[in-house]
Design a protein around this ligand. Structure first.
Ligand code: ATP
Length: 300
């Protein structure tokens, strides 16, 4: 009977946490781990990363048996490069992120990091190599220091400080009387969307992973904050392999490689100027978004 209750218990916990907006995406993933069918192969070795190249090779995948979402998709993120995934809603961009973090295994094809099939190494070693900056970071009802250090084993206070500095949130923290000891969340300080995102960036910096997965916010920050965050992310992604899922093309126009997805396939690939010249889906999306921005400016 206990076996029946345990999952129910956990669901209750998940529900309460989500309601309180306290659960962190990575935490959610960790929790799902326990119920997920993805398991380490017996005796699986740890992933060893010298050059953090990420490759998707003919990957097909669906969440449900009869509904294929990704259709034989291939792309490479060379070590240190910034690669963007763009395309209409439902194209499969976030699914790629979930497969890279190995919440699911592909139906066909394989995903490699530095030449090693991620299905054959331990999940823990894989996830240690990937930092996620999610769309909506939610924080714990804890101190801001705890929230930055979350997931690390007692990091040195200097390292936490450095991470906060590089995420450009240090001045904000130091302006408060209790500094890193300031409570955030429901019973403490409410952070703005941009500040929360900076906490997530600081957390990622402390983890210092060679691969970054950026999931761009759909909820718009004001454009000044967005520009600031983008500049921070650009600094943070230098020397790391970065895969950015983007809705607004202006945020990824300078990526080394842009993969344009539609209905589970990569339909165009290249740099911004090349893609504009193609005059296809990317150019169409770009023109539409430029017009929308012009309209917003006109309305202001
Ligand atoms: P958006 O830009 O709207 O975030 P996306 O390109 O990231 O979209 P995905 O989230 O990867 O798209 O979804 C691709 C397809 O997979 C969609 O049709 C979606 O309905 C489906 N899908 C996503 N998650 C699940 C899930 N957990 N179970 C079943 N289907 C899912």
């Amino acid at each position: 009977l206990m076996q029946l209750f345990r999952p129910l218990d956990m669901l209750g916990w998940v529900y309460r946490s989500i309601r309180q907006g306290l659960i962190d995406m990575a935490d959610m993933f960790r929790l799902l781990d326990t119920t997920m069918e993805v398991e380490d192969a017996p005796g699986a070795p740890a992933l060893i990363v010298r050059r953090p190249t990420v490759t998707f090779e003919d990957v097909s995948f669906g969440y449900e048996k009869d509904r294929r979402i990704l259709h034989g998709l291939s792309f490479e993120a060379p070590a240190g490069a910034s690669v963007a995934l763009v395309g209409p809603s439902g194209a499969g961009k976030s699914t790629i992120g979930r497969l890279l973090f190995r919440f699911y295994d592909p139906w066909e094809g394989r995903i490699c990091v530095d030449g090693q099939d991620i299905a054959k190494v331990t999940q823990q070693s894989l996830r240690a190599m990937i930092g996620i900056v999610p769309q909506d970071s939610v924080l714990f009802n804890e101190t801001i220091g705890y929230n930055i250090a979350y997931g690390r084993d007692e990091p040195a206070p200097d390292d936490v400080r450095l991470a906060a500095r590089d995420a450009a949130i240090l001045p904000f923290i130091e302006a408060m009387p209790q500094k890193f000891g300031t409570q955030v969340g429901e019973r403490g300080l409410k952070l703005s969307g941009g500040e929360k995102q900076r906490v997530a960036i600081a957390r990622t910096l402390l983890k210092d992973p060679p691969i970054l997965l950026l999931d761009e916010a759909t909820s718009a920050l004001d454009s000044r904050t967005e520009q600031d965050i983008l500049a921070t992310l650009k600094r943070v992604s230098a020397n790391r392999t970065t895969i950015a899922i983007a809705h607004r093309l202006s945020t990824i126009a300078d990526a080394d490689i842009i993969n344009v997805m539609d209905a589970g396939r990569i339909v165009e690939q290249g740099k911004h100027t090349q893609l504009l010249r193609l005059n296809g889906l990317y150019a169409e999306m770009w023109n539409r978004q430029q017009n929308e921005e012009d309209e917003t400016v006109a309305a202001e």
